[in-house]
Structure formats: C-alpha cells, structure tokens
Design a protein around this ligand. Structure first.
Ligand SMILES: *Cc1c(COP(=O)(O)O)cnc(C)c1O
Length: 372
C-alpha cells in the first residue's frame, strides 16, 4: 500500500486567519451580520472593479444566480444547453419548469458547438445557457449572432470563468447575464457563494429584489423572490481572498505549464493549450485519454493514480444527460451527443490549486509515466 500523502484534486484558497479576525471583530461590534451590510456592499463594488463588469449581485451559492437569472429574464419553454457541465446548470432549468435541450460540444473547447445550436431551436426555444467550461471562453460572438437572429436570451454559466478576459475584455460582459460560483473548490471562493452579473442598473435592482424574497422596501413584494443573500462574514472573507486571487491564478498558471510540458508529447494524452488573446484563470487542468493510443483506458489510469494516492476527478463524467431526471429527453440520446459522450469517457482533471508543490507535481506526472 502506498503511504505517501494523498494529493487531492483541489484545495481551497484561504485568507490569512490573522487578517480575518479583525474583520470578524468589526462585524461582532456592529451586530450587522447580513442583509446588505458594509462588507457585502464593499465586496460587490470590489468584484465589479476587479472583474471589469458594471453590476454584481452577490448570492449564497452559484446555483441560485442561475435560477434567479431565468426568473429575471422570464425564460420559459425550452432552453438550449450543454450536457458537459456540472449538474446545477441543467437543474436550474428544471427548477423553473423549463425543458433542457442538450446540444453537443466542440472537442477543442469542451463548450457548446455553435455549429449545432440552430438545428436544436424550435418555436418553444427562448434562451441559450452555455457554460465557459474550464474557464475556456465560448464563441460568444457566434452565439450572440444566433440568439439575435432567433430572438433568444443568453445566460452564461460562468462558474469556471472568474477573471477570464478576451482581448482585455471580461468574458462576463457577454450575453444578457452571467453567473459565478464562489464555492470552496473554485478559483475565488467565499466558502459557499456566487454572483449574478448584469449590464444595467434597472436589472440589478430587480435581481436584488429577487434574491430578497421580492421585497421592495418594508411592505411591498414585487415578485415571488427567493432568499439567497450573502452574509457579512462570507463577504468579509471574500474581500480578503480577492486580494490574493491574482497570486493564486499566477501559481495555477505555473502548474498548468508544468503539466503541459511534461504531458503534451505523450501518445494518447491530449492537453488544452492557452488560446491567443485570452487571460485564462487555470481553474482546471483536464487531460483526455485516447485509450487505443495510450494503451490504457481513462478509468484504468484514474484508478492507478488513486493507488498512488494521487486523486484526479472525472469532471465531467457522467454527462448530465445520463442522469435519471434527464435521460429520457429526446436530446439526451447519445447519438445526439457523440463528442460530449466521448470526451466524458476520456477526461481526468489533474490536481490543480494554489499551494501545490514541485514535489507534488512531480508525483502526479510520474504517476502517469508509471502507467505507460
Ligand atoms: C460549481 C458550479 C456550479 C454551482 O455552483 P455552487 O456554488 O456549487 O452552487 C454551477 N455550474 C458550474 C459549471 C459549476 O462548476
């Protein structure tokens, strides 16, 4: 049995405890612990500035902004989305009584294949919900052109795309709205948390009603809202993490470069390279195993790595379209999703987080070499 320490696939970016304690003292003294307090306001402003977007509304997690965006834009009927994502993307549609229509992905980006979107549009389609998978930008111009032609809204699940820019412009400015997740496993975390990004003050106001039961002032309820307000403690924690997120992204970049250099020339392993003009955030490091060329299946490699106490994650596997709730939809037929089906069977995300040491990286890579 291997007795070396386990290398996990992720590890949260934590603020310095010494810096957090004075913030906690301030919150204790004010006795203002939630409901749009000072830290909440400060974090919304600081995030808008850091991300290069106009309006940020904080949420308690990254799933509620998806659900709320659909409410805010009055989306109904059918929505085109990707099966190659975290299950929350599709669940947000289900919670709004919307029928998900899965469209296949592009193998080079793992994002919705724009070529295949139009064929899935029916008279019931009202929106497209793409995901910037692994933080790799979708082809936002092509998707916008399709949406404009057919009068559709676009909500980007940008849970992986914190800080990602294309030619200096935030990817979060694409489409009608974008959502972020600040879960512990993400590039920037507030323990649990998330945000909804929109482009005008009126919409931001409406979103802020929706995340507070629909209350406008003390006595008026303007819509059937939900409760998804971020509290002061996590907002303060977020302010501290925001100060170190660039350092963390830089460290992740070093990890990505190490992995690419070590693995890009191995037969049967495919890695994703940086795209020109993109400021990546290195949120994940997926590798794709071609079993025939590599001489071992993805699962064989995954379990062999595990024996060496190196944890990868088959992310995303299984496809959302294969889960009980969704598998009977017409668009869930694997014949409709050949690329996503193949990629889900090839992928392993390697350990990726701030704080991985050179020694850790060597063990991950040696583990893969040992399997050849
Ligand atoms: C993490 C994630 C979510 C959900 O975020 P939570 O904060 O965990 O609710 C949604 N979509 C994608 C693509 C994610 O990776």
């Amino acid at each position: 049995m291997n007795t070396e320490k386990t290398i996990t696939v992720t590890s949260p970016l934590l603020p310095e405890l010494e810096e957090f304690i004075p913030y906690l003292k301030e919150i204790w003294e004010s006795k203002w612990i939630t409901n749009n307090g000072q830290f909440h306001k400060k974090l919304e402003e600081s995030l808008a500035e850091y991300l290069g977007v106009k309006y940020v509304s904080l949420f308690t997690n990254g799933t509620l902004p998806l659900i709320t965006a659909l409410q805010a834009l009055n989306i109904t009927g059918e929505v085109i989305t990707t099966p190659y994502s975290f299950v929350a993307t599709t669940h947000s549609l289900w919670w709004n009584g919307i029928k998900p229509v899965f469209v296949d992905i592009d193998p080079d980006t793992c994002n919705l294949d724009p070529e295949k979107i139009e064929a899935a549009i029916t008279e019931k389609t009202t929106a497209i919900m793409p995901v910037h998978c692994y933080g790799i930008p979708c082809d936002t111009e092509r998707i916008q052109a399709i949406a404009d032609k057919h009068g559709l809204k676009i909500i980007y699940d940008a849970a992986h795309a914190f800080g990602v820019k294309v030619n200096g412009e935030s990817i979060l400015n694409a489409g009608d709205m974008s959502t972020l997740s600040f879960h512990a496993t993400k590039v920037f975390n507030t323990v649990e948390g998330g945000a909804l990004i929109c482009h005008d003050a009126e919409t931001k106001k409406h979103i802020d009603f929706l995340k507070n039961f629909g209350f406008n002032g003390e006595t008026e309820v303007v819509a059937p809202g939900i409760n998804s307000k971020m509290d002061e403690i996590r907002s303060a924690y977020g302010l501290l993490n925001l100060k170190q997120v660039d350092k963390a992204i830089e460290a992740r970049k070093q990890v990505a470069e190490y992995y690419r250099k070590a693995l890009r020339n191995i037969k049967g392993i495919r890695v994703l390279e940086d795209k020109t003009g993109v400021r990546h955030n290195y949120s994940y490091f997926p590798i794709f195993i071609n079993a025939e060329e590599y001489g071992m299946t993805r699962d064989e490699l995954y379990f062999k790595m595990k024996e060496q106490n190196v944890l990868g994650r088959r992310y995303f596997y299984p496809l959302i379209s294969t889960f009980e709730t969704y598998r009977n939809l017409e668009s869930s037929n694997p014949a409709n999703l050949p690329v996503a089906t193949r990629i889900a069977n090839e992928v392993i995300c390697l350990p990726m987080y701030y704080g991985l040491t050179e020694e850790d990286l060597k063990r991950v890579v040696d583990g893969i070499y040992n399997c050849i």
